[in-house]
Write a protein that binds this ligand. Structure first.
Ligand code: INI
Length: 155
């Protein structure tokens, strides 16, 4: 039998940064509350959590990269919400946020987790921010914990 190595959700070590966009704050504040709930429920106390607010999802990658490479955080959780409008602006903001966070994640030595909603409507976004379809902020923070614990096992 091969050995399987995977992370768990036991209380993780280290400090956690949440990078949260202010744009669409009705949604992002709920994602942030979900992320904080997940961290606290898994034993991460508030003195080990920093929430960094940025104007919009477009600004998340720069800050996530800086925090991820700074050596102070065990993981960075990126939260935002991009909602389709009448023009193609959505595609540019969503694409830049997604690509930028992916690049930051590939460069950093710590997990940088993607918790940015890309939705057609505010209703869809609210469903994913705690209403009907779970809370993607909670899931993103739980993923951060699993990845931190996996890296501990691998080190
Ligand atoms: N930012 C978002 O986080 N979500 C959006 O839906 C959005 N739309 O649709 O415009 C948005 N725009 C702002 C953008 O993220 C930047 O803050 C802005 O362009 C300044 O760089």
């Amino acid at each position: 039998m091969p050995r399987t190595i995977e992370g768990d959700l036991l209380p993780p070590p280290g400090r956690y940064a949440i990078v949260a966009a202010r744009f669409n704050d009705l949604v992002v504040d709920r994602l942030t509350a979900g992320a904080l709930d997940a961290l606290r429920r898994h034993g991460v106390t508030d003195d080990r959590i920093d929430v960094v607010r940025v104007p919009g999802a477009f600004e998340i990658p720069l800050v996530a990269r800086k925090l991820g490479k700074g050596g102070h955080y065990a993981a960075v959780v990126c939260l935002g919400c991009v909602i389709r409008g009448d023009t193609d602006h959505y595609d540019h903001v969503a694409g830049a946020a997604t690509g930028g966070i992916a690049s930051a994640a590939a460069e950093a030595n710590v997990p940088i987790i993607f918790g940015v909603l890309t939705c057609d409507t505010l209703e869809q976004a609210m469903h994913r921010a705690g209403a009907k379809a779970g809370n993607k902020g909670y899931e993103a923070a739980a993923t951060a914990i699993e990845m931190v614990n996996l890296l501990v096992k691998l080190s």
